[in-house]
Ligand binder design. Structure first.
Ligand SMILES: Nc1nc2c(c(=O)[nH]1)N[C@H]1C(S)=C(S)[C@@H](COP(=O)(O)O)O[C@H]1N2
Ligand SMILES: [Mo]
Length: 313
């Protein structure tokens, strides 16, 4: 196929994540928009697309072959270091992930400034292979290492009134050249409902492939809730706040009609400008079918029972 893959289309300052043109979008346009590639092109492309779509592998979530270290650390989204996939690796060499302090505040019994060692040492690191599914339509299988976030949060004694947890990325324009551009309103912020944050699948990530987290992947601490789109996985975290109200989140602030607070992987809820029904695994060409809750429906669906998932996207 001669179609340029969506994730190979170069982005630039004026094409942040939301302006990403994915292949399906391209195909749909080729099929319906009367774009004159050639008379045969629309049918050919449609057939090609069908053939390229496969199940999510028939693989059990968590038991897929991981992507390589090279793939995981050289194809990244981390706008603080630039908006192109190769920018975070190229521009993060001078970032200092140590020493590191996280401020814990809000509705909890043990607020304070916690050093990295203090946060991590009391816990046993766990290895978990989770697929990261980016809202842009690509995915990777990553052997994360980290701590179940709930185990860490328990130590701060969340108050009964705490219903959400808000997270903030470090603001360091001198070390993060992307923060000199107003692509997003810095610092990057994210949040989870308390039950999501303390769900046993949610990890505070400290490493991958059993090694410390590289800067481009969010050193020294980043979030990972595997049933949500990648953008919920806030990197280089410096603040954890327990709140009563739903906290603001960066992508929702930037484009509220495109990115909701929940951001659960749901193939039935299209992004306003492209389908979310399939994904391309980095390193492959075919598209696989995206699974409900990224394959974790059995474990997480009950947290959303009674919610209209089209409304609460
Ligand atoms: N602070 C911060 N966190 C971030 C982002 C970002 O730009 N800044 N990008 C998000 C997006 S869109 C994705 S898909 C994942 C990518 O994680 P990875 O580069 O480790 O694969 O990080 C998320 N966390
Ligand atoms: Mo993403």
């Amino acid at each position: 196929m001669i179609i340029k893959r969506a994730d190979d289309v170069p982005s630039s300052e004026i094409t942040p994540e939301r302006d990403y043109l994915n292949r399906r979008d391209f195909l749909r346009r080729a099929g319906t928009g009367g774009v004159a590639f050639s008379v045969a092109a629309p049918q050919l492309l449609a057939a090609c697309d069908r053939a390229a779509v496969d199940e999510a592998g028939g693989e059990v979530a968590g038991q897929e072959t991981p992507n390589s270290w090279e793939e995981i650390t050289s194809y990244n989204n981390f706008y603080e270091f630039g908006v192109d996939k190769e920018d975070p690796k190229a521009n993060s060499a001078h970032f200092k992930p140590a020493p590191w302090t996280v401020r814990v505040d809000g509705l909890c019994g043990k607020p304070g400034d916690y050093g990295y060692e203090e946060l991590v040492k009391p816990h046993k690191l766990e290895d978990r292979v989770y697929r990261l599914r980016c809202v842009e339509g690509w995915s990777m299988v990553i052997p994360w290492q980290g701590i179940p976030l709930g185990d860490m949060l328990k130590r701060f004694e969340p108050a009964p009134s705490a219903r959400y947890v808000a997270f903030t990325t470090v603001l360091r324009p001198k070390e993060m050249p992307g923060q000199l551009r107003r692509v997003l309103d810095w610092p990057y912020v994210e949040g989870l409902r308390l039950d999501e944050a303390t769900h046993p699948l949610t990890l505070m990530v400290t490493g991958l492939y059993g090694r410390p987290l590289p800067n481009q992947n969010g050193a020294p601490l980043r979030l990972m809730s595997p049933w949500k789109y990648g953008f919920k996985g806030i990197k280089s975290m410096v603040r954890i706040s327990f709140t009563e109200r739903q906290p603001p989140t960066s992508w929702n602030l930037s484009a509220p009609e495109e990115y909701g607070f929940y951001a659960n992987v749901n193939p039935e809820v299209d992004h306003p400008r492209w389908s979310q029904g399939t994904e391309r695994r980095i390193g492959e060409f075919r598209r696989r079918r995206t699974l409900m809750f990224n394959g974790y429906a059995d474990q997480v669906a009950s947290m959303y029972s009674g919610m209209d998932l089209k409304k609460w996207y």
